[in-house]
Design a binder for this molecule. Structure first.
Ligand code: AOF
Ligand code: ZN
Length: 345
């Protein structure tokens, strides 16, 4: 059983992890070290791949005082040498006597820390506030469990569900607030995917920008991924130097995700266009939908999603998680539910 003191330390460890904006392809992790009498010795957090893990960060802040301490960590301490050494060993070497952690590590190559700690005679308490800890790293956890990146599909449409006019024009359906809102979400993904059709039609930047529309530094940019077989001339903005760009000459969603999984991409932000989104939808490879709906009608044009539905039994519900006005527009966030067809069978 974790004590009240340890539970409140876990809350602080979660806050420390949550305070870091971007760690992908690694998880957000926090660690609090408590002395034998329950006072806080140090707080550590992980700041991104290649930097010290939260446990090591906390240990280095505590120094020799860590001997006899309890470590409260949001994720099971790792047991492997990846970009850095195993935290299980670092905790043992520092003389920590008890470890309380939240989420069990879903990363098979790093897992096993709890067993190593126990074998070294350290008391281990697993699963404390595990749900909160998993919520911090929903997409990362999904990617490591499913073996493919989590996919968020974002679209903008009119009230009649159209994303482009018959002449192909599709820019600026929603207002400026919605476009700014998209930026904060883009920053949470580590790849932004668009089809060649959209790139040719709109020449999007696909970069992550701040409130003043200034791109973040290169190392904080997501990987831009252009999907499809049409060649994009090099003067298009996706090929500028602001962010890295990968061209995947295939529109097969499973293939695209395989390429991205191989590059340790955990969270894909899928944008434009309707045909690419339709292919992901049909393949069942969309995990979250974020729709920006402009209070306007178009009357004719291209639907936001071009899938392969033939009858109403193909209707697929969206489990709504959030409905918010963003300026004059409506933002809907949800996750695809079960197909009606599956209910009928
Ligand atoms: C982190 N930060 O604080 C903890 C992690 O490639 P590496 O060496 O950075 O290892 C990444 C893995 O280590 C990660 O997937 C997770 O399983 C484990 N624990 N990772 O980035 C941390 N504690
Ligand atoms: Zn570690």
């Amino acid at each position: 059983m974790a004590s009240e003191i340890e539970i409140s330390a876990m809350r602080r460890a979660l806050d420390a992890a949550d305070g870091v904006a971007r760690t992908l392809p690694n998880p957000r992790v926090g660690c609090v070290l408590l002395s034998a009498d329950g006072t806080q010795l140090a707080v550590g957090a992980h700041h991104g791949a290649g930097t010290p893990h939260a446990e090591v960060d906390a240990l280095s802040r505590a120094g020799a005082a860590a001997r006899g301490a309890t470590a409260v960590v949001t994720l099971e301490p790792c047991n492997h040498t990846g970009r850095t050494g195993p935290c299980s060993q670092a905790l043992i070497d520092a003389g920590v006597v008890r470890v309380v952690f939240a989420q069990i590590d879903p990363n098979r190559s790093a897992a096993g820390g709890a067993a190593t700690l126990r074998a070294a005679g350290i008391e281990v308490e697993a699963g404390v506030m595990a749900e909160e800890a998993t919520d911090l790293n929903v997409e990362w956890t999904f990617a490591l469990t499913a073996g493919r990146p989590f996919v968020t599909w974002k679209y903008a449409a009119t009230l009649d569900g159209l994303s482009a006019a018959p002449d192909g024009s599709s820019k600026w359906i929603t207002g400026e607030e919605a476009r700014r809102d998209v930026q904060t979400f883009r920053a949470e993904a580590d790849a932004i995917v668009a089809g060649t059709g959209t790139v040719l039609a709109d020449d999007p930047r696909l970069t992550v920008r701040d409130a003043a529309d200034v791109p973040l530094p290169h190392e904080q940019q997501a990987l831009r991924v252009v999907v499809g077989e049409t060649t994009i001339p090099s003067h298009y903005r996706v090929f500028d130097r602001v962010a890295p760009t990968l061209v995947v000459p295939s529109r097969d969603p499973a293939m695209v995700l395989k390429h991205l999984a191989d590059r340790e991409i955990r969270h894909v932000w899928l944008e434009g266009g309707p045909r690419l989104a339709g292919a992901f939808w049909t393949a069942g490879l969309i995990d979250r939908v974020i729709g920006y709906i402009a209070p306007a009608m178009l009357g004719s044009g291209r639907a936001a999603l071009e899938g392969e539905a033939t009858t109403l039994a193909d209707l697929r519900p969206i489990n709504l998680q959030d409905l918010t006005m963003i300026g004059p527009d409506i933002r809907i966030i949800g996750t695809p539910g079960r197909m009606q067809r599956e209910d009928i069978d």
